[in-house]
Every structure is written in structure tokens, then in C-alpha cells.
Design a protein. Structure first.
Ligand SMILES: Nc1ncnc2c1ncn2[C@@H]1O[C@H](COP(=O)(O)OP(=O)(O)OP(=O)(O)O)[C@@H](O)[C@H]1O
Ligand SMILES: [Mg+2]
Length: 368
């Protein structure tokens, strides 16, 4: 049985420096977000990246490009995997907003079940009703229970164990003041994964709870799944240490590194997109306030787009949006994708190459 996460003051000397670096990174992200009109404005692409990565850890493969294209064309017939990833992205965005409003009170077993329901309802062949707690035994690792690495609690204990997780996340005990948000994220995640309340989808729900915890704490949410996907062995080791030895420090160290790595990645991406925007603007003269200039400004958030979507976003007529697209095609900021006869689709390849790069790699920028 997983013991409830401790609420006392935990100072981990062994990971203190990494933890401090993470707190500094979070402060930097908060300061940056305060300078924006809407702190969530940066999150459209990020939430989709998060969804793609978190689902890839599970083996549900789709690309950011595929997800964005499906959204741009409102393609309801996209592959089930793409729909599932899209649902993940809209779910995390929606609950981040709710957590931001409600704070830690947002956390309940019901919330966890709603997250699971939404991300699993498009999963083909899921054997339980999405959102229902499991009524079967599960094990982690190994081909059957006898070889497993870790056995989560029996089904009969799941509701009580999940209550332990959410009570901890609500931070009603002393630990709110005694433990940092990073420590709380680490312990809550390790505990949630040890409880494994569902037949499947526990990794995805658990990872989705991380940015939601940050939002509930009044912080700018950082999406950690791309880091986790790129560092999966360290992630699994940290989870195992928590489960098998009640070694919470390893998990705190891992989440600290994930926060630092994700914040760095965020800043690298933002800088690259700013340079790209400068390069685009140097390719021709734009009238101030023109639709084409405004279109250029939203391309990093909408690197795959149709004319009608652009018209809606800019609140301009279809012909005005069409003219803007034509101008952006001239400077090669947008390129038409073939194969879409009914609804022409345009992509910004230079922006996509920055947004799509593997985690930790340097962005590739066009020549000045
Ligand atoms: N010892 C462990 N080894 C590997 N994963 C573990 C371990 N303990 C807990 N986990 C968690 O279990 C998750 C897998 O559980 P499950 O298959 O229910 O989730 P999922 O969302 O379907 O899959 P995935 O996490 O692979 O995307 C892992 O992602 C991880 O978060
Ligand atoms: Mg799974």
C-alpha cells in the first residue's frame, strides 16, 4: 500500500541545489509571463506539444504538425490517435484555467476522474468506462504480476488511496507552507502513479496534473511532458525510488531538473521565434496595423492555418485574410499544402521547424 505523501517539512540536502535552481527558473517564467497580456497566450502550442509528448510516452503516436493540421481544417475524421491528443490539449488548457481561478480546492477524486474520462473517451479498445476507477489488479513492469517491479494497491483500496493523493494536493495540511510547489508536484505525482487508480492512462493523467498544480498555486504552468519524454529512464528511476524505498528526494530532484529544462526550452523557443519574426518583417515592407502584419504576429501560435480561420482570428473579412495570406506566401513565411482541395491549408515551415524540434536541440533559423 502506498503510504500517503508526508506533509512535514522535507529538506533534501542531496538535491538542494537542483531544487533551488528550479525555484529560480519558476520565478523567471513567472516574471516573463507577467509581461504578457495573457499568461496563457504562450500555451496554445505548448499544450499541444505537451499532449503529443505525454501521449508518445504511452505509445500513442502523432506529430504536432498532424494535430495542428487537424485543428486548422476542423477535421473530425482525423485518426483516433490525433483526436485523442487534441482532446488532451484542450482538457489541460481548460483545467489549468479552472485551477487558476479556484486554487487548490480544484483537486478532488472527481476532478481526476473527469480528466481521465476526457482523455480516454476517444481511446479505442479501452476496457473500462473512461473515468471509472479500476476494479481489477494492475502491476507495473514485467509480463505478469509475478515479475512486476511494483504492485499498486488492490482495487478495493484505490478510492481511499486516491483520497490521500487529492487531500495532499489540496494542501490543507501544514505542508503548503512547509513544502515548495516543486516538492508537492514531485510527491503528488509519485504517489498518484503508485496508486495507479485506472486500468490505463495513469501516466497521462498524472503528468496532466503537474501544470494544473502550478496553476492552482498561482504560478505560470510549465509543461513538463516533453522533458519527461526525453528523459524517460531518469523519470522511471525516480518513480521507482519513491515507490520502493520511500526515497522522495530522487523525485524532487527529477522534477527540479524537469522544471529547469522546460523553462530553458521555453526561453530558447521564444527567442528563436522572435528572431524569425524579425527576419520575416525584413523581407518586405508591411503597413502598420495591416492584416498581413497582424497575421505574421499570430503565425507562431497558428503555424498551420486556413484563410477562414485567419479571418476569424483577425476579425477581418475573408478577402482581407486571403490578401494577407498571399503576401505571406510571397515572402515564404507561408507555404500552401497540397492535398486540401476544399479548404486550402497553409503552413509556416520555418516556425514549425522551431516548434517541432526534438527537446533540447538548438532551433534552426533562416539566414538573415
Ligand atoms: N516503476 C515504474 N516504472 C514505469 N512507470 C511507472 C512506474 N511506476 C509508475 N509508473 C507510471 O506508470 C505510467 C504508465 O501507466 P499507464 O499505462 O496506466 O499510463 P499511460 O498514460 O497509459 O501510459 P504512459 O505513462 O506510458 O503514457 C508511467 O508513465 C509512469 O508514470
Ligand atoms: Mg498505458
Amino acid at each position: 500500500m502506498p503510504v500517503a505523501p508526508p506533509e512535514r517539512d522535507l529538506s533534501f540536502a542531496a538535491v538542494a541545489a537542483r531544487h533551488r535552481a528550479a525555484e529560480e527558473a519558476l520565478a523567471k517564467v513567472d516574471a516573463y509571463a507577467r509581461g504578457l497580456h495573457d499568461p496563457f497566450v504562450v500555451s496554445r502550442i505548448l499544450s499541444r506539444q505537451e499532449a503529443v509528448s505525454s501521449s508518445a510516452i504511452e505509445g500513442t503516436h502523432s506529430t504536432l504538425d498532424e494535430v495542428l493540421t487537424g485543428e486548422a481544417t476542423q477535421d473530425e475524421e482525423a485518426r483516433a490517435e490525433v483526436l485523442q491528443v487534441r482532446k488532451y490539449a484542450t482538457t489541460v488548457t481548460r483545467f489549468i484555467k479552472q485551477a487558476h481561478r479556484q486554487g487548490n480546492e480544484v483537486f478532488s477524486a472527481n476532478l481526476v476522474r473527469r480528466l481521465h474520462k476526457r482523455i480516454m473517451e476517444d481511446a479505442p479498445n479501452y476496457r473500462d468506462a473512461p473515468g471509472d476507477l479500476r476494479e481489477v489488479s494492475v502491476w507495473i513492469g514485467g509480463r505478469d504480476m509475478a515479475y512486476s517491479i511494483f504492485n499498486p494497491p488492490p482495487a478495493s483500496k484505490v478510492p481511499a488511496c486516491l483520497e490521500d493523493t487529492v487531500r495532499y494536493m489540496r494542501a490543507e495540511g501544514m505542508h503548503e507552507i512547509q513544502q515548495s510547489i516543486i516538492t508537492r508536484m514531485a510527491l503528488a505525482h509519485a504517489h498518484f502513479e503508485a496508486v495507479h487508480p485506472f486500468r490505463d492512462g495513469n501516466g497521462r493523467v498524472g503528468r496532466m496534473l503537474l501544470p494544473i498544480m502550478m496553476a492552482a498555486d498561482g504560478r505560470t504552468p510549465l509543461y513538463l511532458a516533453p522533458y519527461i519524454e526525453a528523459n524517460k529512464p531518469a523519470y522511471v528511476e525516480a518513480l521507482k525510488a519513491a515507490q520502493q524505498r520511500l526515497d522522495w528526494a530522487s523525485m524532487v530532484g527529477f522534477v527540479s531538473d524537469a522544471v529547469v529544462g522546460s523553462a530553458n526550452e521555453l526561453f530558447t523557443t521564444r527567442e528563436a521565434l522572435e528572431v524569425l519574426s524579425t527576419r520575416w518583417k525584413a523581407r518586405r515592407a508591411f503597413r502598420r496595423g495591416s492584416s498581413s502584419l497582424r497575421a505574421l504576429e499570430i503565425l507562431p501560435q497558428y503555424p498551420v492555418i486556413t484563410i477562414s480561420r485567419l479571418a476569424t482570428l483577425l476579425k477581418v473579412t475573408y478577402p482581407a485574410a486571403a490578401t494577407a495570406v498571399a503576401q505571406l506566401e510571397e515572402i515564404k513565411a507561408l507555404v500552401e499544402r497540397t492535398g486540401y482541395t476544399r479548404n486550402r491549408v497553409f503552413a509556416a515551415p520555418e516556425a514549425l521547424s522551431i516548434l517541432n524540434r526534438p527537446f533540447g536541440e538548438e532551433p534552426i533559423l533562416p539566414e538573415a
